[in-house]
Design a protein around this ligand. Structure first.
Ligand SMILES: [Mn+2]
Length: 349
């Protein structure tokens, strides 16, 4: 599979690489690393996104090359490209309206590199693994299959940032020995120090941030004996505190840090609807919960966009909780285990 994708890169000359709207560390990390790699192969690359890179990530080398507007120049590059590559997103509407519009001008083949479930069917080629910790892990594998020496300090830093952010700083269930081996290699390749990367991404809050935290946590609610917690971030709270909604998503880590909380829901009011963010620990599959609301994601982190008022979104989300928990608690024993238990019961005097 990796060789086949390298063949695609080898056989073409002009590439566009895009990623999802409101890009996160893995989106930008995998995009910049892949872009630099393809450049190093002597090919032309346009990095093109719907939304600008947030300040928590715009220090990564290469960020300044990412284009965001539907300018004539960008649209011309998209229409003339040989291959359109999407990283860290697998549906058209995740790309945002700017990229969606540009994609209308593109008639060539498309390549998906991603670790989310259920991709749309319009991709010509796919490098995907839903068990991968991050899209950056897949980009790492791709580059290393070509030549591990291609990983320079900039690529290493971009990939490190992607893996760090998508693993919750190396603590999610997706973290394997292989992930730590990759990280060891990235550090050997001259990756920026972990402390500096973490500082840029997570220790970068505005002075308005604690005001928002206090407003949001006043409304923190526990359900199911404290196993489920939810918070709402309203437009009003954002306005009063002066925090941009892009910064508010880190609230979910604070909620998950409360003892006993296994599942978290955060609803953030946007201009035309509500963004629902789900987080969980262990075996609670929140992607199922997100799917009932038209979204998706991973086992322990998922999201949905609900086009209603905050009140209705909260109703919809909370009404789907009981099913969600029922699904997880009524899991039947495996047939073998059940017959073993039956045997034990049969052996009772
Ligand atoms: Mn990702």
């Amino acid at each position: 599979m990796l060789k086949r994708i390298l063949g695609v890169l080898h056989d073409h000359d002009r590439f566009v690489i895009t990623t999802h709207k409101r890009p996160d560390g893995d989106a930008i990390g995998s995009q910049l690393a892949l872009g630099k790699f393809i450049n190093a192969l002597g090919k032309e690359v346009l990095l093109f996104n719907s939304d600008p890179i947030p300040t928590t990530l715009d220090w990564i080398k290469g960020s300044e090359e990412v284009q965001t507007g539907n300018t004539l120049e960008n649209l011309e590059s998209v229409s003339k490209a040989d291959v359109f590559i999407v990283v860290d997103a697998n549906t058209r509407d995740r790309l945002g309206t700017t990229v969606e519009r540009a994609l209308d001008l593109f008639t060539g083949p498309t390549l998906l590199i991603d670790h989310h479930t259920a991709p749309e069917s319009w991709f010509t080629w796919m490098l995907r693994d839903e068990h991968a910790a991050a899209t950056s892990e897949l980009v790492y594998d791709l580059i290393c299959t070509y030549d591990p020496k291609m990983i320079d300090a900039d690529i290493a830093t971009a990939l490190y940032t992607g893996i760090m952010t998508d693993t919750g700083s190396f603590r999610f269930s997706t973290v394997t020995p292989k992930i730590h081996q990759i990280i060891a290699h990235l550090l050997e390749c001259g990756c920026t120090s972990p402390q500096v990367v973490y500082g840029h991404v997570y220790e970068n809050h505005s002075h308005a941030w604690p005001r928002l935290v206090s407003l949001v946590f006043r409304g923190l609610t526990f359900l199911n004996e404290g196993k489920v917690a939810y918070v709402t971030v309203t437009r009003h709270m954002l306005d009063v505190s002066g925090v941009d909604h892009g910064e508010s998503h880190q609230m979910s880590d604070l909620v998950m840090s409360i003892a006993g909380v296994e599942v978290m829901l955060m609803l953030t009011e946007l201009s035309h609807g509500v963004k629902a963010s789900f987080r969980s620990k262990g075996d609670h599959h929140v992607d199922g919960w997100a799917r009932t609301l038209g979204g998706g994601g991973h086992q322990n982190a998922a999201g949905a966009y609900i086009e209603t008022s905050m009140e209705d979104a909260l109703d919809l989300a909370l009404n789907s909780i009981p099913d969600f928990f029922k699904d997880k608690t009524t899991t039947n024993l495996l047939e073998d285990d059940q017959s073993y238990l039956n045997e034990l019961i049969g052996m009772k005097p």
